[in-house]
Ligand binder design. Sequence first.
Ligand SMILES: C[S@@+](CC[C@H](N)C(=O)[O-])C[C@H]1O[C@@H](n2cnc3c(N)ncnc32)[C@H](O)[C@@H]1O
Length: 223
Amino acid sequence: MSGSGTPFAAHPYGAVAAVYDELAALYSLGAIDRSKRAGVSALAPGERVLFVGAGRGSDVVGAVRRGCRVTAVDLAPAMLARLRASLDREGLAAETILGDVADHRPAEPYDALVAHYFLNLWDTPLAGAMLAHLRSLVRPGGRLVVADFARPSGGSVASLLANAYYRPIDWLAWALGYCALHPILDYGVLLPAAGFRITREQRFAVLGIRDPAYVSIVAQRID
Ligand SMILES: C[S@@+](CC[C@H](N)C(=O)[O-])C[C@H]1O[C@@H](n2cnc3c(N)ncnc32)[C@H](O)[C@@H]1O
């Protein structure tokens, strides 16, 4: 159940479940959805896949359609209810778990984990601690698929554009309690530090220029 009291249980999204996907599509002009579809394309039929902070789970539905055996965890009942309704509409099945990912201890590790727009709920130290937990949930050689805001591509104009886009939404989400106030996470540092090797990285621009953008990353657990 939710409310486990770990430092990771502070940001349920139930209050915005009805509009979350629509707002994300509008704000990113579809780039968030494109980044999530890229993540799903990295999954293979038959794999056991865990979606952490699954939300309404359009990507969960995509993975089930693809033939993956999916478990989805989220803190917010309203998010999971929408996900289950989407699955039901298509006659698809996935295991859904209401609770804190930090408390999830499966009997067997997964082949792949999907963390789409999840790790950016925390500052860098807590995101690193969550990554250490996620590593324990995936088998050696298994994959972690991440989508998030992309770091600026380089140069002061790129930084200006990325920050002008990202900062106001970060401040607003922080003020409403939806995430920590933090810089765009540096997965080039965080993932290797947590024992993952990046094997694929794709950028999804919002306006057709390099910045601002979102990123889809596939990383492999190294042992
Ligand atoms: C920013 S939303 C992203 C949702 C979805 N992955 C997507 O890309 O649309 C983050 C989701 O993580 C869930 N969440 C936050 N902390 C969590 C935790 N500790 N365990 C499980 N879910 C959590 C929230 O309820 C919310 O649905």
